[in-house]
Design a protein around this ligand. Sequence first.
Ligand SMILES: Nc1ncnc2c1ncn2[C@@H]1O[C@H](COP(=O)(O)OP(=O)(O)OP(=O)(O)O)[C@@H](O)[C@H]1O
Length: 255
Amino acid sequence: MTALELRHLSVTLRGRAVLRDVSLRVAPGELVGLIGPNGAGKTTLMRAALGLVPFEGESSLAAMPPATRARTAAWLPQAREIAWPVTVERLVMLGRLPHLAAGQRPTAQDRAAVDAALAATGLAQFRHRTATRLSGGEQARALIARALAQEAPLILADEPTAGLDPAHQIATMQRFRALADAGRAALVSIHDLGLAVRHCTRLVMLDAGRLVADGAPGRVMTPERLAQVFHVRGYFADTAEGPVFQSLDLLEKVE
Ligand SMILES: Nc1ncnc2c1ncn2[C@@H]1O[C@H](COP(=O)(O)OP(=O)(O)OP(=O)(O)O)[C@@H](O)[C@H]1O
């Protein structure tokens, strides 16, 4: 079974090839970390997969009718700003829209999904607070809660841990991993390579729009790739608690 299949995906923006011939499959049970330096094409890959930017090639998700796609995949974009002064609870309930007919009131099941998402993101005590009055990290968690409330079989999240404190970074990755362990699938872009190595079941590395490695975290994250792609040196260890990685030094000046 496949949750997402991309075949020979290429994207050209303003005449520049920003994604080149990327093929990728995500299966139920996988938490796939999309890693790569700034500008590597991580956001573009996810946006193309969703059909939000024109692309060449095939995406199983973009090929779906919009209503089916909305029930199949939850999307957490990179921008975390909340523009509307609605309560946190209402914001998270927006994640249930794909399940509601036009004008239909939320059911007990919808409310239960919202409660679970608020609890999972540690926001239950803020449910009646206006979302624009949350801190930056709390707003980020409210948007994660909205994506979780959608209860889609696949979640695509662009840097879901950005701006979160360490406890909430870990909680977010553990939540995605729990979804995967329960048979759903997640594709998350992530800059924290330590978190990626520790929590993802698989890593996909992009560099300059190309897929350069795909596999188990320990196989993808090698000192050689770290040097070639990220221009850093790192510390790797296989511990009783699982793989550990920490970036240490720059290998050369990054422009
Ligand atoms: N609308 C656009 N027009 C032209 N170029 C764009 C556009 N959007 C993105 N790009 C370029 O495409 C490349 C890939 O961008 P993308 O946002 O996918 O990278 P990323 O890996 O997500 O980066 P980051 O880690 O910085 O978020 C970058 O070089 C970027 O400048």
